[in-house]
Design a protein around this ligand. Sequence first.
Ligand code: FPP
Length: 243
Amino acid sequence: MSEMKIPKHVAIILDGNGRWAKRRGLPRKLGHKAGCEALEQIVEDAARLGIKVLSIYAFSTENWKRTQDEVSALMQLFRYYIPRLRKRCFEGDIKVETIGDMSLFDEDLIRGIDDLKRDTKDFKRMTFVLGLNYGSRDEIRRAAVKLAEKVKAGELEPEAITEEMISQSLDTAVLEYPDPDLLIRTSGEQRLSNFMLWQNAYAEMYFPELLWPDFKKADLVKAVEVYNSRDRRYGGRNEADNG
Ligand code: FPP
């Protein structure tokens, strides 16, 4: 364990809550509830492991298309879990950030999350990033608008736009470590589903078969072990590979 290289930024697509519930003959919302419980524990485990940023896809721009019943169950779960997360964050020295456009959420929820961000802003051990009404294409579109406005105002030449400027215009610009080193998606699905498309350019990807509510600390450790077994080259060449 002590020899392991811990990825600084881990992103997780929590998938399989619905199937977890279905296998038990339960309504989908109970799958999401079990998913929230698993998440609460993993946040603490990730901080203990030494991960510096944990980003999760809590609610996507596409999730509004689910039934009204499921969307409101998810909103109720956010309401219930925000105070619980608050406790975890205070105990664990964990700062909360969000990515995505929260403006479509109910006012009380926005207020609760904004308060959580404000009250944890000086915590240092780990940053917990919640993707809320987040979609990567929407985020990139909003970044493009910001840069286009600078061009329009005569503050920027189009040709002067750099990759760094684009990164700095994304929602993740607020993070100290912007790009995930490791992306995990549970339930065996192997897709990014519009999650951090720009930021995951060089992430190692790991797709365990487990459904999200069953994902435990040992599975996170396993993911870190898999990450350690990978040879990250960022498109370059491994020095040991002279063949
Ligand atoms: C996918 O399962 C999961 C979601 C739609 C996200 C649910 C969100 C959480 C558990 C995190 C809550 C966050 C906070 C801050 C409390 P699915 O319904 O797509 O599963 P399925 O593919 O098996 O149907």
